[in-house]
Design a protein around this ligand. Structure first.
Ligand SMILES: NC(=O)c1ccc[n+]([C@@H]2O[C@H](COP(=O)([O-])OP(=O)(O)OC[C@H]3O[C@@H](n4cnc5c(N)ncnc54)[C@H](OP(=O)(O)O)[C@@H]3O)[C@@H](O)[C@H]2O)c1
Length: 288
């Protein structure tokens, strides 16, 4: 990974931090994108110290805020002329419906629109790389959204169930991956999604009720963040997947995702809505 520039979102904890560490160990210049300056600085220090790679730095962005993502992308573009790997990893599950500064439901805004907007804003730099890679961390929970995305209530105003909303956002990660892969045909940029495994990280610590019961019940079987980071690292760095795009992986192997994820009309509808919700459609129109 010598000479490669890598961005990892949500890199101060869990599998994001472990992936950032491994890619730094492989020689990449790694930018950790975190919302907390304190936690981000601690992660940078830890990664520099453990890998001996000094080209590890922090940039701040709250992935639930579109202004914050835009400010990060602007700052990144001032510093770098290319991006080799974008690892979209920051994610969370909320037990209650909360809204972001943009007035959007926070799980959807962070887990899906965060990936969408960050990717679109950095796409020019990914195209400037010899072989840009976008890696979207999804989840094996996505088939729980078996009926697909609830387009009639994407903001979950009528009904809110934390796990169901989370599953829909992770389905959205895969649908976004498939649609983006089609749109990137003819370029050298690849995009793939993955399930990292069930990991003993900070994820889900804020849950309660039935979900907390399941999190606790799964605890003895959970893998470490180091193990959970392996498929992200593989897709970000392995020569084996250099030309592979528009696929879903788990344990370093291509897998089938849920039936709902392959609905092309729904993928296009999600893209259009995401463009509208992030203001990227008017940006595209202005550029045309
Ligand atoms: N854990 C699992 O079993 C599991 C299973 C399948 C998929 N996943 C996926 O794996 C990814 C990473 O999860 P993890 O297990 O490593 O969890 P984690 O330990 O909770 O790490 C999540 C990271 O995302 C960051 N983050 C959350 N909201 C953010 C925001 N608004 N802006 C910027 N950063 C934000 C967190 O920052 P803070 O420290 O500031 O909160 C943290 O760095 C997620 O996308 C999750 O959906 C996890």
């Amino acid at each position: 990974m010598q000479g490669k520039v890598v961005v990892v979102t949500g890199a101060n904890a869990g599998i994001g931090k472990e992936a950032a560490k491994d890619l730094a160990r492989q020689g990449a210049e790694v930018v950790l994108v975190c919302r907390s300056e304190t936690k981000g600085k601690q992660a940078v220090d830890e990664i520099r110290c453990e890998t001996g790679n000094e080209r590890v730095s922090l940039m701040l962005a709250d992935m639930s805020s579109q202004a914050s993502i835009r400010a990060f992308a602007d700052a990144f573009k001032k510093k770098y002329t290319k991006l080799d790997v974008l690892l979209n990893n920051a994610g969370l599950v909320n037990m209650e419906r909360v809204t972001t500064v943009d007035g959007l439901e926070a799980t959807f805004a962070t887990n899906h629109l965060g990936y969408f907007l960050t990717t679109l804003l950095l796409l020019d730099l990914l195209k400037a790389s010899e072989q840009g890679r976008i890696v979207n961390v999804s989840s094996g929970a996505h088939p729980q959204a078996s009926k697909g995305l609830d387009f009639d209530d994407l903001q979950h105003e009528k009904k809110f169930s934390g796990f169901s909303v989370y599953a829909q956002t992770k389905l959205a990660n895969i649908m976004f991956t498939y649609e983006l892969a089609r749109r990137l045909e003819g370029t050298s940029v690849t995009v793939n999604a993955l399930h990292p495994g069930v990991i003993a990280s900070n994820f889900g610590q804020n849950t309660r009720g039935l979900m907390k019961f399941f999190v606790n019940a799964a605890a003895p079987f959970m893998i470490t963040p180091v193990k959970g980071a392996q498929t992200s690292i593989y897709l970000a760095s392995s020569p084996e997947v250099a030309g592979v795009t528009g696929k879903y992986f788990a344990s370093n192997r291509e897998r089938k995702s849920s039936k709902a994820s392959y609905d092309v009309a729904a993928q296009k509808r999600l893209w259009d809505l995401s463009e509208e919700l992030t203001g990227m459609r008017s940006a595209a129109r202005r550029a045309a």
